[in-house]
Design a protein around this ligand. Structure first.
Ligand code: UDP
Ligand code: MN
Length: 338
């Protein structure tokens, strides 16, 4: 339907890259809906051009410049900058229903059925499941709701400092009122949940439809070795799952980077892709127990001593992606049991 759209937001070029990958992933899974990107004034011209190629509508939003109620709200609550920008999605009244998706989400299959749901439908947050996660939600644009949200924002602020706090405060009966507004978790699989409940992930992970790279380290925080098809850079957080991260980078490097090259032209830019030279990175293959080879595709930092490793464990920083991966732990247990 022409009056239904997926909507995302990018205030800067890095989130714009996320939005490009998200848009491509929606197109690859043949969505019949329109795609809308809200962008902040700091998104560069080349990134705007690429977004315009992928999205049906790229709409600049400058809360500071708007001179309207949002501007007033912003003057009262300057801390809520991005949040107020996100709430702008309710002003898209030329659509009757929309699905908002964070720019750090990736679509793994067609999710157009979300438009059968009503406002406000969202999936539980893995940290506090009586709150919904605001990375994916169904809403109905309305100036009236927008006005009320801004008012709520200025009066009550956000209990978590971001849009999720505001939206959960405003749609406060979500947890209890109507179960049909609870989206299954597979529509917003936070990468953080993978390791907090690994057996469930092993059982149900393959049915995930949307993965959400929630948290401070985003896919674009890493670099990607296009020759070896490996993620490189700083040690990946436990919260990020290598397969999904690799999916993101594969789509980004194959479909988005060529467009960025085209639009940056002679201007220098760093895509985040690198080409490996021999022995640039230490991979998990070199830190395996008992000669087993790893299937992890994420490079790590040099091997830790067992004391350092124990300390890391005690600090809750197990190397879930590498030495302490589920497969390795299982292998170790199996060898003890034998
Ligand atoms: N966002 C943005 N610029 C920012 C921060 C956030 O455009 O500086 C947008 C973007 O769409 C992002 C969403 O707001 O996906 C929510 O922020 P984020 O995903 O970083 O929060 P998390 O999901 O990690 O809690
Ligand atoms: Mn997010």
């Amino acid at each position: 339907m022409a009056d239904q759209a997926f909507v995302t937001l990018a205030t800067h070029d890095n989130y714009a890259r996320g939005a490009m990958v998200l848009g491509k992933s929606l197109r690859n899974h043949n969505t019949s809906k329109k795609l809308v990107a809200l962008i902040g004034p700091q998104v560069s011209e080349p990134c705007q051009s690429v977004l315009r190629k992928i999205y049906d509508e790229v709409r600049p939003v400058d809360v500071l410049d708007s001179g309207d109620t949002a501007h007033l709200a912003m003057m009262k609550r300057p801390d809520l900058g991005v949040t107020l920008t996100k709430l702008h999605c309710w002003t898209l009244t030329h659509y009757s229903k929309c699905v908002f998706m964070d720019a750090d989400t990736l679509v793994l299959s067609n999710i157009d059925e979300l438009f059968d749901r009503e406002e406000l439908s969202a999936a539980p947050d893995p940290g506090w499941p009586d709150c919904f996660n605001s990375g994916v939600f169904v809403f109905c644009p309305s100036m009236e709701t927008y006005g009320k949200l801004l008012q709520y924002c200025t009066e009550h602020g956000s209990f978590d400092g971001g849009d999720q706090g505001v939206l959960n405060g405003f749609f406060s009966n979500w947890a209890t009122a109507d179960i049909s507004k609870h989206l299954p978790f597979i529509y917003n699989l936070s990468s953080i949940a993978i390791y907090t409940y690994l057996p469930a992930f092993k059982q149900f992970g393959s049915s995930a439809k949307v993965v959400h790279f929630l948290g401070k380290t985003k896919p674009w925080s890493y670099t990607f070795d296009i020759t070896a098809k490996r993620i490189t850079g700083s040690v990946p957080e436990a919260s990020t799952h290598s397969t999904f991260l690799l999916d993101w980078w594969t789509l980004y490097s194959s479909a988005v980077v060529p467009m960025l090259h085209e639009h940056y032209g002679e201007q220098p830019f760093h895509s985040g892709c690198v080409e490996s030279r021999c022995c640039d990175t230490v991979t998990f293959e070199s830190v395996q127990d008992e000669g087993h080879s790893s299937h992890a595709q994420v490079s790590s930092q040099p091997e830790l001593s067992s004391v350092e490793r124990k300390e890391k464990w005690e600090q809750g920083q197990a190397d879930y992606m590498g030495m302490d991966s589920f497969d390795n732990i299982k292998r170790k247990l199996d060898s003890f049991l034998k």
